[in-house]
Each structure stands twice: as C-alpha cells, then as structure tokens.
Design a protein around this ligand. Structure first.
Ligand SMILES: CCCCCCCCCC/C=C\CCCCCCCCCC(=O)SCCNC(=O)CCNC(=O)[C@H](O)C(C)(C)COP(=O)(O)OP(=O)(O)OC[C@H]1O[C@@H](n2cnc3c(N)ncnc32)[C@H](O)[C@@H]1OP(=O)(O)O
Ligand SMILES: Cc1cc2nc3c(=O)[nH]c(=O)nc-3n(C[C@H](O)[C@H](O)[C@H](O)COP(=O)(O)OP(=O)(O)OC[C@H]3O[C@@H](n4cnc5c(N)ncnc54)[C@H](O)[C@@H]3O)c2cc1C
Length: 665
C-alpha cells in the first residue's frame, strides 16, 4: 500500500492477515494495467506532496466566497503543475478532473471542471476544423476559460423549449443573442458564475424568419483582461447548493448581444452568409456533448462509490458495538450480518459499475469515430446505453453512498467523515446531464421501438425474436442472467401492452405514453440492470485472472446479481411463466439462501478488497476510513480544528448568553 504508518489498528491488522489473493492484481485490473497503476501512483506523489495544495483549515469553516477563492487558487496551481507532470498532460488532466485525485485537492468542487468536461468537448464535437484551429489551442493553453450554457431558469429537460434566441442578421453577418424573458436566463452552468470568460451557448437559431431549433454558439462573456462582463451580458453566481459549491454555477442573460456568423459551431449544420440554413444529417448531433458527459459521469460515480465503501468498510471493522454473544467482547460491527447486508452489495457494485462503464466507454469511442466518418448507425444504441447507465449508476450510487453513511452511525454524519461531500457529488449526477426519470423514458422509447420494429443495436438484441433459455429455476450465473433477461423482456412487453390498451381506448399516443410511464420506467431499469450484470458475468469469462482473484470476483458478482434480484423480486411477477408455475416463491427462497451464504463468504475479505482500491488517505479525506484505522484519535484531531475550540469561552457568551443568564426571565 502507498502509506504504511507505525500505528495500525489491531483489528484492521488482523483483517489484512492471510489475504488469499494478490491485492495488487485487483488494483492493476481497476487501473487498466500494471503500468497505469505505476503512473497513477507517481502522479499522486507528485500532486499530493505539494504543501501549497493542502488546506490550511477544513473548507467547512470558510465562507462561500473564501471557499471559491481557495479552490480557484489550488485549481490554477494544479494547472501550472501540469506542465511538469511526470505522467504527461492529458492523463494528468483526466486524473485531476476525475473523482479521485482531483477532489482530494479540490474538495468543494473544481471551478475549472466545465472547461474540460464540456467546453473543450463541445468545441471538438461541434466545431469545424477552422473553428477548432481558432479556439482549441487557446482553450488548452487556458488563454480562455469556457463553460457549457444550456439550461435556463424555465427549462432544463425540454431542450426544444429553450427560450434564448440567436437571430441571424445578414446585413452585418452577425447573430443577435437575446433572453426574451426571465425564464430565458441561463441558470446552472458550472464555472459561469465567476470563472469562465467564454461559453458554448445553446440557443434557438432563427434565420430568414424561421426557427431551426437549438444550436451551439461560441460566445465571449467577459473581457479577457479585466474579466468585466461585456456590454449586453448579464451574469452572476446562483448561490449555495447541496454540494459542489465551488463549481460556481451561474446565470446569464443576453441583451441584444451580437456575435459574428462564424461563431455558430458549424460542424453539423451551417448558416451561409445570405442566411441560408444547411441542416445536419441528424438533428440530435447537437446533443453529442451531453452524451460524452453521461459516459464519464458513470466513471465518476463509480470512483466516488469506491471512496464511500472504503471509508465505511474500514470503519466497520474498527468499530466495536453491542453484544453478539452474551458476555463476549463487543464485536466488530462488520460481523453483524445486517452490516454485511449494507456494505457488501455496494462493494460488489463498484466492480459491476466499473466494468459496465468500461464497456460503455469503448462503445462511445467506436461510435464517435464512426460519427466522425459520417456513419451514424451506432448513435441510437449509444444514446440508449449512455442514458441507461448514467441513470442507473447515479441513482444506485447515491443510494449506496447514503447506506455507507448510515453504516457509520453518528460519526458518518460528521462533515469530516467526507460522506456529505461524496453524497453531494453523486446525487448531483442524478439531476445534471439529464434528470434520471427523463433519461429512463428515453431508454424506454428505444426499447419499445426495438421490440415493436424488431430491429435495434447490440445492447437491445435480446428484444428481437423469441427469448431462448431455461424456463425453470437454474442456479448457475448464466441461469440468473437469463432470468434478468426474461424479466427485462417481460417488462417491455407489459409496457407495450399498456400502451396498446390505452390506444384501443382511443387515447392519443402521447397520453398513452404518459399513462404507461410507471411500466416504461421499470422496463428501462430492468434493461440497464441486465446490461450491468451481463458485463460483470462476461468479464469474468475472459481475462487473465489468477484463481484466487477470480474466486473472490465471482463471489462478488454472484452476490451482486442476487442482491438486485431480491431487491426487485416483485418484478419477477411480470414473467408470466413464473407465475403459472409458482416459480417466484422458489426463486426467492433459493436466492435468499445463497445470498446469505455469500455475505458470510465475502465478509473476511472486505478490508482486503477495499485495500485493493488503493485509495490514499488524502483521497478518502476521512478520519473514519484511514488506512491505519486510528479513527478516534483522528476524530479528536478534526474537532480540534473547529474555530469554536480556539478559545475556552467564545466571545458570543459575553454578548448574548451571559445577559440571558442574568436576565431572570
Ligand atoms: C483531455 C481532456 C480530458 C477531460 C477529461 C474529463 C474527465 C471527466 C471526469 C469527471 C466527470 C465528472 C465530473 C463532474 C463535473 C460536473 C459536471 C456537471 C456537468 C453538468 C452539465 C449539464 O447538466 S449540461 C445540461 C444537460 N442537459 C440535459 O441533459 C438535458 C436533458 N434533455 C435531453 O437530453 C433532451 O431534451 C431529451 C432527450 C430529454 C428530449 O429531447 P427531444 O425532445 O429533442 O427528443 P425526443 O424525446 O423527441 O426524441 C427524439 C429522437 O431523438 C433521439 N435522441 C434524443 N437525444 C438524443 C441524443 N443525445 N443522441 C442521439 N439521439 C437522441 C431520441 O431517442 C428520439 O429518437 P427516435 O425515437 O428514433 O425518434
Ligand atoms: C450540480 C448541477 C450542475 C449543473 N451544471 C449544468 C451546466 O454546467 N450546464 C447546464 O446547461 N446545465 C447544468 N445543470 C442543469 C441540469 O442539466 C438540469 O437541472 C437537468 O437537466 C434537469 O432539468 P430541470 O432542472 O429543468 O428539471 P425539470 O425537467 O424541471 O425536472 C423537474 C421534475 O419534472 C420531471 N419531468 C420533467 N420532464 C419530464 C417528462 N418529460 N416526463 C416525466 N417527468 C418529467 C423530472 O423527472 C423531475 O422530477 C446542472 C444542474 C446541477 C444540479
């Protein structure tokens, strides 16, 4: 491990003895190879050893403005450090933008995140070669800092309803940007509040008197020297949020603000000098930046979940409470089956989500290369899968993080436990980049279409034709995956039946869709879960795993897929043959038995497994999760940092409390 201290909590020490597998093998697997692990470690040493990047006081004690200033200072310093980074600039950027290393330094949120996560990707995906030549180098060199301004006060989900207009004026060959109402103001873009001086702005394009829909425009917002808003730009920060408070989310209004014609990003559609509009091959290509972010969000959530699980698991092996056997020493809380039931499913989920996210990342790269060549065939599958996994990883991830917090009892509620920040970041992903319910309905649309038209991409092939496979209880992993598949098919069929029933009653398709939403969402969720479990099971079939690592990963895989099955057991009722043959009850009993056995089998390896994540203490940033398990001393050390503990009597006593005590009320 990266840091061995002189002290090691005896319980953790015991947990780590006789580990049956090589932890480093799992670390390498998660990093993507031995070299990548070495690279990561080198980078962590480089960044985390810099004294100037350490917090003088915990961020919680700073004001909103001071937090922003402090995180911006460190973000800028980090960018300077990129130049000499041992790992190279792009891998360093990726590591810094991701949830691990980046958030170890920028705990409250990265004011430059949107520049890298959306502004640069939008330029690359939406700009022509000439536009990229003009802006990309400046963006990479941080001569300009950008964000992605799409959401408005009145509309985030329904992009066709955006109100900001960009009207082409052929006389001056300019677009005139306008916010025609209060609800047209951009509201939410990260980095917009105080940091960015440019933005890719999504606005309704009007030319020759006709609206051609939302399009991306490159817009300068602030003076490059003074940082003052340009005339015609109304801009500010939206205030404190549940988390990510130094991402300086902002608002933005346009008052007849003019930009040159060539600042419409014209890779997919153009406006010619005379105002003639040239359509894109697919109108949804302007949504491509969101697809990219949905893919990376799955990875980000997984890294955050790994942190939460590591903190909770180590703490649960240090914490002793209550009585298991009367008269015996208080047990480690991890020895309660109830605690294992809380923590081992999220532990398994970190592997499941990582493998599925890797799969999605590969699909993204292939589809994106094809799109660059003009081949859009993979786009619907990519859209469907990125929506499905973004919604699944963020919603399950947020629930799991909350369970991890609860598993730490009272100490999990401390700000210093780091759970509030981790939760703030993961739950944000349930909303941003497409609110999850809305994304589930997008997935359902794709599933229904595939099932009805009997044609679709690789991820939905199982919906084409009749399903094959055992129709009885089959306790192999393949058997359980088949059960997931049949449930997913069954739910799509039920949703379609609902839609058709409403149709027969004379309902219009949009009403029928709204009235089938509960079924549609269930179908989409079952589809996403099927993809995740299939990815997990299939990845164990291939690869060069040692026998001990394969054993423990197989146990985790089995635990995870049974866990979900039991959680969603009600959905088995949608598989008609199961009801007829009364197999639901049998399924439930057999699986519960197996699940409980797996909890006991994995329990002894819980600490070794989280150790394999190789998350440094600085990254976990929690006294509860440190490698040495010195929990109580570290909690005291954190409390000592409270400003209220810097004097024995606070000045407010004399001002308020003493007069009250003396007032004889
Ligand atoms: C070197 C650089 C390294 C950098 C490394 C970066 C590493 C990063 C790691 C860190 C990661 C994260 C850190 C976190 C930081 C914070 C980031 C916060 C970012 C948040 C930003 C935002 O939130 S931006 C705003 C996002 N907004 C949304 O997502 C809006 C959601 N709404 C929509 O997407 C759409 O409006 C809708 C899809 C819901 C509906 O659109 P519409 O009404 O137009 O469509 P229809 O429903 O009618 O469907 C029509 C058909 O179109 C198809 N469709 C829809 N969308 C798409 C798409 N995107 N692609 C392809 N096809 C699409 C749909 O399927 C329909 O098809 P048919 O059925 O065939 O007709
Ligand atoms: C932390 C954070 C960072 C963000 N960063 C950015 C950014 O950088 N740039 C940017 O442009 N935006 C950003 N956003 C905005 C974000 O993308 C939107 O908030 C998100 O897309 C949801 O849209 P909304 O707020 O309009 O929600 P709404 O659509 O108003 O959702 C409200 C409710 O209505 C439901 N609903 C809406 N439509 C439907 C439907 N068709 N069917 C069923 N139910 C529906 C939703 O499920 C939800 O329950 C950010 C948001 C957050 C929280």
């Amino acid at each position: 491990m990266s840091q061995k201290e002189t002290y090691e909590n005896p319980d953790l020490k015991k947990e780590r003895q006789n580990c049956p597998f090589n932890k480093e093998e799992i670390t390498n697997l998660l990093d993507g190879g031995k070299e990548k692990t070495a690279e990561r470690k080198q980078l962590e040493n480089y960044i985390l050893s810099d004294e100037q990047l350490k917090d003088a006081v915990p961020m919680e004690y700073l004001s909103h403005a001071d937090k922003y200033a402090e995180e911006l200072r460190k973000a800028c310093l980090l960018m300077h450090k990129l130049e000499n980074s041992p790992a190279g600039q792009v891998p360093t950027l990726r590591a810094l933008m991701g949830a691990g290393l980046g958030s170890a330094v920028l705990k409250e949120g990265n004011p430059l995140a949107l520049h890298y996560v959306m502004f640069i990707p939008a330029l690359m995906g939406q700009g022509t070669i000439d536009q990229q030549a003009k802006w990309l180098a400046k963006a990479y060199n941080l001569n300009i800092i950008g964000t992605y301004a799409q959401t408005e006060l009145g509309h985030g989900t329904f992009l066709r309803g955006l109100e900001t207009t960009a009207t082409y004026d052929p006389n001056t060959q300019e677009f005139v940007l306008e916010s025609p109402s209060l609800t047209a103001y951009k509201w939410w873009p990260g980095s917009l509040g105080k940091t960015a001086n440019y933005a890719v702005v999504m606005a309704q394009l009007y030319t020759k008197g006709k609206c051609e829909g939302t399009h991306p425009f490159m817009v300068q917002l602030r003076d490059e020297e003074t940082h003052e808003p340009l005339p015609g730009i109304v801009i500010g920060e939206i205030g404190p949020k549940l988390g990510m408070n130094t991402n300086d989310n902002g608002y933005l209004g346009f008052e007849k603000f003019r930009i040159p014609r060539d600042q419409l990003l014209m890779k997919h559609s153009q406006v010619l000098e005379d105002g003639t509009y040239v359509k894109p091959t697919n109108s949804k290509l302007s949504y491509a930046t969101m697809v990219f972010v949905r893919v990376v969000v799955c990875q980000d959530v997984t890294t955050n979940l790994r942190k939460a699980v590591t903190i909770a698991t180590r703490y649960s092996c240090v914490r002793r409470q209550s009585e298991l056997k009367p008269g015996d020493r208080e047990p480690q809380v991890m020895d309660y089956q109830a605690q294992q039931n809380k923590l081992l499913p999220p532990l398994a989920a970190t592997f499941a989500f990582q493998l599925a996210s890797d799969h999605l990342w590969n699909l993204y790269n292939t589809a994106n290369n094809n799109i660059e060549q003009g081949d859009l065939e993979l786009l619907p599958d990519l859209h469907g899968l990125s929506c499905a996994l973004k919604a699944l990883c963020s919603s399950e991830g947020a629930n799991f993080v909350e369970v991890c917090r609860q598993s730490c009892g009272g100490h999990g509620y401390m700000a210093c436990s780091n759970f509030p920040r981790i939760y703030g970041q993961v739950t944000a992903a349930e909303t941003y980049e497409g609110e999850n319910t809305v994304l589930w309905l997008q997935v359902a649309r794709y599933l229904v279409k595939t099932r009805k038209e009997q044609t679709g991409g690789l991820s939905v092939k199982y919906l084409i034709g009749e399903e094959k496979g055992p129709k009885t209880v089959d306790t192999t992993l393949e058997g359980i995956v088949h059960l997931y598949r049949r449930t997913a098919v069954g739910l799509v069929d039920v949703a379609i039946a609902e839609l058709e029933k409403s149709g027969r009653k004379g309902e219009a398709p949009h009403d029928a869709w709204n009235h089938a939403a509960v079924y549609l969402i269930k179908a989409a969720q079952a589809h996403a879960r099927l993809f995740v479990v299939e990815s997990f099971v299939n990845s164990l079939k291939v690869g060069n795993l040692s026998a001990p690592v394969r054993t423990v990963l197989s146990q985790l895989c089995e635990l995870f897929i049974i866990y979900w099955l039991l959680e969603r057991s009600g959905e088995l009722f949608f598989v008609r043959q199961f009801i007829k043959k009364r197999l639901v009850t049998v399924e439930f009993q057999v699986r519960t038995l197996l699940y409980v056995k797996l909890l006991a089998a994995i329990r002894p390896q819980a600490v070794n497994l989280v150790d394999s994540f190789d998350l440094r203490d600085e990254i976990l940033a929690s006294p509860l999760g440190c490698w040495d398990g010195n929990v109580y001393q570290r909690l005291f050390d954190e409390a000592a940092k409270s400003p209220l503990n810097q004097s024995s009597v606070h000045e407010s006593f004399h001002k308020y409390l003493k007069p009250l005590l003396k007032s004889n009320l």
